[in-house]
Design a protein around this ligand. Structure first.
Ligand code: NM2
Ligand code: OGA
Ligand code: ZN
Length: 385
């Protein structure tokens, strides 16, 4: 923990600047500080939710004075004449005077992009350990957060076992495909996934809004020839496109594609979303890429369509580049999970003659996984302290 060494307020009291012993400096506005006060009149001591609205805070709020003692900043706000204490570490953790100049396509510090050299063993958990050992579960989930992909080995070869994997961190997201779905060759397949065809690396269900943010694919049989799995980091692919062709990257973020799926009779899903989605402040938010379900794209201006298609083609080539992919063959009792907003998955074609292939798949939600991980991390911090 770094120590606070200085607090200097502006003459008008509208902001102060804090300095830490390592030279880090950050400015904070009076109104921001007052709104984020941690005292029990501002936030419920029981559940930490804010008790007041912004209208309860005078618009002409200023810092009357600010002093440092024992790594805490004591602030007196005018005109309320209200005294509030801020832990130095809390202010450091919440500094916002650092966000200028982010590139379009920036990523959060807790993620790391990867290519075909990625070491799958580093994100491979053992079924029994993650079921029974909170530390093992924390490490496994943190791999999902950082890399958008993780594997699990040594699970039961039992129908429905994938639901227990989802239950490690949250809940299955049920869709028209069911609570879970059987991925095996069918006679009249409602989806090309239910054939022996190879599948280009893709994200699932881009035609859904919101898309399922996690997918689990769990192997029950895999003795057929072929049917190897591949995963590709879609963020790495997008950033490679950006490096090669910034304008093409821009087009795929600026314009919506269209995605569509018609199932058996009662299903017709459509969406209008970009292939590379950025937040309004440019953070890489999601990749949608699925050759089977891309509909006619009608939202790109005529004058940009040729360049849009060139960028779309190039993104596909990058995704297909073997240097980007990690490949493996799932064994019965093994599964993998992908962040379906980021990591694409695919498979090589297979023939059921002389063997068989049967996977089960389900969707789940990343916010729940991150919540479980955060709670496990907080518990681990308490244990250390
Ligand atoms: N299945 C496996 O998004 C897709 O259409 C890929 C999805 C049918 C649930 C396949
Ligand atoms: C899927 C899928 C891959 C596989 O079901 O969504 O992409 O390995 N399956 O069968
Ligand atoms: Zn899929």
């Amino acid at each position: 923990m770094k120590r606070l060494v200085s607090a200097e307020k502006s003459n008008d009291g509208l902001l102060f600047s804090l300095g830490w012993e390592d030279g880090f400096k950050a400015r904070f506005h009076a109104i921001w500080l007052r709104d984020n006060a941690l005292d029990p009149e501002t936030r419920s001591a029981g559940n930490a939710q804010r008790l007041i609205t912004l209208s309860d805070i005078p618009p002409d709020t200023t810092i009357a004075d600010a002093t440092i003692a024992a790594d805490t900043v004591s602030v007196r706000f005018a005109p309320e004449d209200k005294q509030v204490e801020f832990p130095g570490q809390w202010l450091r953790d919440h500094a916002y005077d650092v966000n200028a100049g982010r590139a379009r396509g920036w990523t959060a510090p807790d993620i790391e992009t990867w290519d075909g050299g990625f070491d799958v063993a580093s994100v491979t958990g053992v079924h029994k350990s993650v079921q029974h050992d909170a530390m093992a579960l924390k490490n496994w989930l943190s791999g999902v957060r950082r890399h958008g992909f993780a594997k699990l080995t040594g699970g039961p070869v039992a129908s429905g076992a994938l639901v227990d994997v989802a239950a490690l961190f949250g809940y299955v997201r049920e869709t028209n495909y069911g609570k879970w779905f059987e991925v095996r060759t069918e006679v009249n397949p409602a989806n090309l996934a239910y054939t022996g065809l190879g599948l280009q690396a893709h994200t699932d269900n881009p035609y859904r809004d919101p898309v399922p943010t996690l997918q689990i694919l769990y192997c029950l049989e895999n003795s057929a020839a072929g049917g190897d799995s591949q995963v590709v980091d879609g963020f790495a692919a997008a950033l490679r496109l950006r490096a090669e062709n910034p304008h093409g990257f821009e087009l795929l973020t600026r314009y919506c594609a269209r995605f569509e799926y018609r199932g058996t009779g009662d299903v017709h899903l459509v969406s209008r979303k970009p292939m590379i989605e950025l937040t309004p402040d440019g953070q890489l938010a999601a990749i949608r890429f699925n050759n089977r379900s891309t509909a006619a794209i009608t939202d790109v201006p005529f004058d940009h369509m040729a360049e849009y298609y060139a960028a779309y083609r190039r993104l596909g080539e990058i995704i297909d580049d073997p240097a980007m992919a990690v490949g493996f063959k799932l064994e019965p009792g093994e599964c993998f999970i992908v962040d379906n907003t980021r990591v694409l998955h695919g498979r090589t074609g297979y023939a059921d003659s002389g063997g068989s292939r049967w996977l089960q798949g389900c969707y789940a939600d990343k916010d729940g996984l991150l919540s479980t991980l955060s709670v496990l991390e907080e518990a681990a911090m308490v244990d250390v302290a």
